[in-house]
Design a protein around this ligand. Structure first.
Ligand code: NAP
Length: 252
């Protein structure tokens, strides 16, 4: 299946960003794969997109460097032109950082890194790219099930994602009149490199988390990628300002 849609996915060199890129490509969406320095990982993602019959281009994007967003936007515009398009359809704000620890151990640097990536960088990237988003385009922000439930050591990360969800709802109201939808996808624990790969590699933790879901296991990256691609599809064109949790029913 092919469409003429184009998506930018942040943090696409591995993990959920890679899964989202492949799932979008499977549905005929051309993907701009971005990375903050891991060019080899991004090229591997682009190869996997091509392997499913998709089209990919690779660009560098570091969310901590807001001053680079202007040049990123120009490079993106040039890529759209190479593809014969002038507008972007989907922005998936996937890139994110989690730093976990009790209140006393959180440093200013930790706090600034988490907020700077998950909130500040994402907000200003949306600001930069909205002029390129087509009427009918959309922003999908990757949040976390952690905004709904609580765990000790998760305060800063959960607060950053809660801020992202609030951004999503308010920007949905602001951008709706321009035909742009804004939604959040909130994954539960999923087996990636995230949090040192614990949800993939630590059998004890995996079992404990599995026991907290009604479907009885930890999520797989492809399941989050599919949810993001489904959110991007025409079938959900009347959905905006929503948070969809993709957690197998964690901590209900
Ligand atoms: N896995 C889970 O259990 C889970 C659950 C809920 C929500 N999430 C959210 O899902 C998203 C993806 O997580 P993941 O599981 O794929 O984690 P991951 O494997 O740790 O990947 C994180 C991605 O974000 C990128 N990134 C971090 N800081 C960045 C920056 N300043 N600029 C650009 N890219 C940056 C990373 O790039 P580098 O490779 O260069 O570090 C990497 O591509 C995150 O927003 C995370 O909070 C994950």
């Amino acid at each position: 299946m092919t469409t003429d849609k184009i998506a930018v996915v942040t943090g696409t060199n591995r993990g959920l960003g890679r899964s989202a890129a492949i799932a979008l490509a499977t549905r005929g969406v051309r993907v701009v794969v971005t990375h903050r320095g891991d060019a080899a990982g991004a090229e591997e993602t682009a190869e996997q997109v091509r392997a499913v019959g998709g089209t990919a281009a690779v660009l560098r994007l570091d969310l901590s460097d807001v001053s680079s967003f202007e040049s990123f936007t120009s490079e993106l515009g040039a890529q759209l032109e190479r593809w014969g398009a002038s507008r972007l359809d989907v922005l998936v704000n996937n890139a994110g950082v989690g730093i976990f620890g009790p209140l006393e151990t959180v440093t200013l640097d930790d706090f600034d890194t988490v907020m700077g990536t998950n909130v500040r960088g994402t907000f200003f990237l949306i600001q930069s790219l909205v002029p390129l988003l087509a009427q009918g385009g959309q922003v999908i922000n990757v949040s976390s099930s952690a905004t709904r439930h609580t765990r000790p050591t998760t305060s800063v990360y959960a607060a950053s994602k809660a801020a992202l969800e609030a951004l999503s709802r308010n920007l949905a109201a602001e951008l709706g009149p321009r035909g742009i939808r804004v939604n959040s996808i909130a994954p539960g624990p999923t087996a990636t490199d995230f949090n040192g790969g614990a949800m993939r590699d630590d059998d004890g933790l995996r079992q404990a988390l599995a026991d907290q879901t009604v479907l009885g296991r930890v999520g797989e990256p492809e399941e989050i990628g599919d949810a993001i691609a489904t959110m991007a599809s025409e079938g959900l064109r009347w959905v905006t300002a929503q948070r969809i949790e993709v957690s197998g029913g964690a901590l209900l």
